[in-house]
Design a protein around this ligand. Sequence first.
Ligand code: GLU
Length: 290
Amino acid sequence: MTFRCRFAPSPNGRLHLGHAYSALVNHDAAQRSAGRFLLRIEDIDATRSRPEFVAGIREDLQWLGVLPQEPPRHQSGHLPAYADALARLRKAGLLYPAFESRAEIAAEVRRRDLTAPWPRDPDGAPLYPFSRTSLPDSARQRRLAEGAPHVLRLHMDAALEAAGDGLSWQEAPGDALAPPEAVRADPAAWGDVILARRDVPGSYHLCVVIDDAQQEISHVIRGADLKPATAVHRLLQRLLGLPAPIYHHHGLILDADGRKLSKSAGSTSLAELRQSGATPGTVRARLGFA
Ligand code: GLU
């Protein structure tokens, strides 16, 4: 097996130390296994993705000395591939259009929370409180015909049945190149996840599995915050007949308050570190790389 891994940032801000760590862990594993380090630009969110951030990603990776070894894949250039996968899932009866607004969903969750705490997904977000049967099929068809804005959700129960028993993934513990161990996948914990957003024929979960297959990724190396999502990815791979890569979820770089670094929390960017005198060497050393 040829070792192929990828760094897959979303171009909605400048990269910070957490991204640098993930890129370095990937690049280092590719080097140790004489494999390839690839880049994917996860830019399906047209409202948040900006060309200057794509340029910033290249600039930062070049500065760090971890340039990809193949041209990057931009998700925005592959919408037909995602639409095709959606069509297949839809034909198998595993998707349904859902029309509720965010406000309607939040109001329903608040209503349910009054009786007993409404369950949350592994990211802490409330599970979708409606279901495929909340609205008759005829009403869904009518609203579709009217052109009502909607997302496409995975009918999780049907998907689990179609996928069959024994869903697990291979996780390399501690080091990306360590012998992998099976981890039981629990996609039901996510409920009826969104596979196509209102504005785009795709969502993070759908696009990531198509892309990993298209880029022939052998090892998905990413932060531990994405480990629970792997259950959904594994389910989609099984449903779409895609190969299952080996996974390695690495530890996260935390700020002084123990929180995950993020663009929204205003974490210091690599560009800012560079301006204040950091060198690729000091950044590498700070992240535990020689
Ligand atoms: N685009 C995702 C992020 O920036 C990473 C996706 C992945 O590695 O699977 O968090």
